[in-house]
Design a protein around this ligand. Structure first.
Ligand code: ATP
Length: 195
């Protein structure tokens, strides 16, 4: 069976931490395709200074050049639940095994997601730590709902960057070298985003 990686996020903007996480699982699991899905409005947290959906799609195309960028959640609009998105994807890709990629912050809240146990019947969750020091994942462990269920926690070395940090750097006119793909930065500067 072919393997499809699914990576959802606000991607406001997509940074090297995102690209590194996705690439890691593509290689480690031999994923045949990667679907990157920018969300319309994040259900798990409030988005501050959310760039326009088209801009986030365009930035994802630059940040994930080998992936398919899906507007499935943006087209649906409003709050999207991962469960609903996965149901649609299962119909679109019936012959694929699904792998859902997330960072440790998302993994830790997973048991509170809408229909989390149904999600676990549909996909294998692929997660990695976001921070090295004070790793909540190491302290709290994975949520109980996983209990032998489909979860891969990778030992990928954390790369500590967030979109919030990037937006602040851009606002203060600072360099984002090593944190943001230069093509994404050029796009942001050209469009005057996050000023
Ligand atoms: P913000 O700072 O705006 O809240 P963010 O950097 O957390 O944004 P999201 O687009 O919300 O980025 O994240 C999408 C997915 O990528 C989530 O599963 C998140 O855990 C994961 N992720 C984000 N940054 C990293 C990172 N540096 N390392 C590993 N995973 C990451």
């Amino acid at each position: 069976m072919s393997k499809l990686g699914i990576f959802g996020g606000t991607f406001n903007p997509p940074h090297i931490g995102h690209a590194r996480l996705a690439e890691h699982f593509v290689e480690k699991l031999g994923l045949d395709r990667l679907l990157v899905i920018p969300t319309a409005q994040p259900p798990h947290k409030e988005a501050k200074e959310l760039a326009d959906s088209n801009d986030r799609i365009n930035m994802c195309m630059l940040a994930f050049p080998d992936a398919l960028i899906s507007d499935i959640e943006i087209a649906r609009g409003g709050k999207s639940y991962t469960y609903d998105t996965l149901c649609e994807i299962k119909e679109l890709y019936p012959d694929y095994e699904l792998y859902f990629i997330i960072g440790s912050d998302m993994l830790l809240s997973f048991d509170r997601w809408y229909k989390s146990s149904e999600i676990l019947d549909m996909v294998t969750i692929c997660a990695a730590d976001r921070q090295e020091e004070n790793s909540l994942l190491k302290v709290q462990g994975v949520p109980k709902c996983f209990d032998g269920k489909r979860l891969i926690v990778s030992e990928l070395m954390p790369f500590e960057v967030s979109s919030t940090e990037i937006r602040e750097l851009i606002k203060s006119g600072e360099s984002t070298d090593g944190l943001l793909d230069p093509a994404v930065r050029a796009y942001i500067d050209e469009r005057g985003l996050y000023r």
